[in-house]
Design a protein around this ligand. Structure first.
Ligand code: ARG
Length: 464
């Protein structure tokens, strides 16, 4: 087919082509189906670029106002669902530019002066991600607030603390919630950090080497709320490390949420019955009428896999790419967007659910009494009385063996029985053998004592 015959050849780059793009290749290489969600950022970038071109005298006032009006109209068309997205126009950038030219003629063709889709897309993704990181952090904070509410409410609630999923020492439920809070606090700071680092403006890098027009990169950077223009044009258009960094922070966050999920699933099982998840966060079984399944935590736990997968996709995508832009990078968007959607959805579900968790206090308390959770307290008591810790460990081990034989917990042994292992044991030992005594004694910064939990909640609220 001659070039003249071919009406379909892409008008943005079709000049040097003598035959039409293969129909399958056209669809295969198009990204418009998934990059159209960056239309607002693309339009914002175009506005800033056009204003800058006008300021430096490359675009006259009439062209600028036609472009700005045209972009406004396009934005409204898209928002009203009236924009005709076309695969033949490949991506969000060319769809918008072609529509602009359709509407305003030659002025529309002047918009791309001193610009390339390479710096355009690198700018759009940064703008998009920056905006969405704000949402991620705000949902994270909402979840953290829920955790603090619960921690405050359950500061005195005693439950078993576990190591190896075996009862280890008594802790307070509030303390456990504060552990989750801390994990999320680090996640939030990773997102904030990532947002700051990526907030530089690629515009002006053009295809890879910059442009011969007298552009003002400070102007566009400022207009779009970036802290500065990206320092190197080759780097600006090619690296997607900022998206990788976001996905890494997201994978860690999801890993944390999956750990919390696992605990919620275990705690809400009939065997544990530590908590009750309200019905609205659970579903039933189509065959077993008695079932109430903890779907929300299970699903969040499951979704961790795709987010970690997205991180690996992006790392592998970037690996070995020579400078500067390569079409490979078009593959950055789906994993990134999927990560954003998944993280926002998971956080929303968790933030709604967490404040509604109900503790089954008696069950937690009974479980903490099992498994000799105050054995360490007895050893510490003996150390305070002058026995070296290793000897105390031995004494308590023997007491545990006797209690096991008699099928009681340590506080179920009589004073005389305890004294048969060490004469240092006296009547007041009962205080350290109770769960309340045990948690109250861990009264230092970062400890599980109810008093410390209340203090930590206050400090945490200040941090938020
Ligand atoms: N759709 C492309 C992407 O997502 C835009 C940049 C295309 N640049 C190019 N030289 N083909 O990366």
């Amino acid at each position: 087919m001659s070039k003249k015959d071919n009406q379909q050849t892409n008008t943005s780059w079709g000049g040097r082509f003598s035959e039409q793009t293969d129909a399958f290749v056209e669809a295969f290489t198009a990204s418009v189906s998934f990059d159209q969600r960056m239309y607002r950022q693309d339009i914002a970038g175009s506005r800033a670029h056009a204003n800058m071109l006008n300021k430096v005298g490359v675009l006259n006032d009439d062209d600028l106002s036609a472009i700005l009006q045209g972009l406004d109209t396009i934005e409204k068309e898209i928002e009203a669902g009236k924009f005709d997205w076309s695969i033949a126009r490949e991506d969000v950038h060319m769809n918008i530019e072609a529509r602009l030219t359709e509407m305003i003629g030659d002025a529309g063709k002047r918009l791309h002066t001193g610009r390339s889709r390479n710096d355009q897309v690198a700018t759009d993704i940064r703008l998009y991600l920056r905006e969405h990181i704000v949402l991620v952090i705000s949902e994270l904070k909402r979840l953290q607030q829920g955790l603090l509410l619960l921690a405050e409410k359950e500061a005195d609630t005693i439950m078993p603390g576990f190591t190896h999923l075996q009862v280890a020492q008594p802790v307070t439920f509030g303390h456990h919630m504060l552990a989750w809070f801390e994990m999320l606090q680090r996640d939030a700071s990773r997102f904030a950090d990532c947002s700051t680092r990526m907030n530089v403006c690629p515009l002006g890098a053009a295809a890879l080497a910059g442009t011969s027009y007298p552009i003002d990169r400070e102007f566009t950077a400022k207009a779009l709320g970036f802290s500065a223009p990206a320092a190197n044009s080759l780097d600006a258009v090619s690296d997607r490390d900022f998206a990788i960094e976001f996905c890494a922070a997201a994978a860690l966050l999801m890993t944390h949420l999956s750990r919390m999920s696992e605990e919620l699933v275990i705690w809400s099982s009939a065997q544990f019955s530590f908590i009750n998840l309200p019905d609205r966060f659970c579903t039933g079984s189509s065959i077993m009428p008695q079932k109430k399944n903890p779907d929300v935590p299970e699903l969040v736990r499951g979704k961790t896999g795709r987010v970690t997968g997205n991180l690996v996709s992006l790392l592998t995508l970037m690996k070995s790419q020579p400078l500067a832009y390569n079409k490979d990078n078009q593959e950055d968007k789906e994993p990134l967007f999927d990560t954003l959607d998944t993280v926002l959805g998971s956080l929303r579900a968790f933030a709604d659910m967490v404040p509604a968790i109900e503790c089954q206090h008696a069950n937690m308390y009974a479980a903490a009494k099992q498994g000799f959770s105050t054995a360490t307290d007895l050893a510490d008591y003996l150390v305070r009385k002058g026995l070296p810790f290793r000897d105390a460990h031995e004494v308590v081990g023997k007491a545990v063996a006797m209690a096991l034989e008699k099928n009681v917990d340590l506080s179920g042994l009589s004073l005389a029985e305890l004294q048969s292992f060490s004469k240092l044991i006296e009547a007041e030992v009962t205080e350290v053998l109770t769960l309340e005594g045990s948690v109250a004694s861990r009264n230092h910064v970062g400890g599980t004592a109810p008093e410390q939990v209340r203090k930590a909640v206050i400090t945490a609220k200040e941090k938020l």
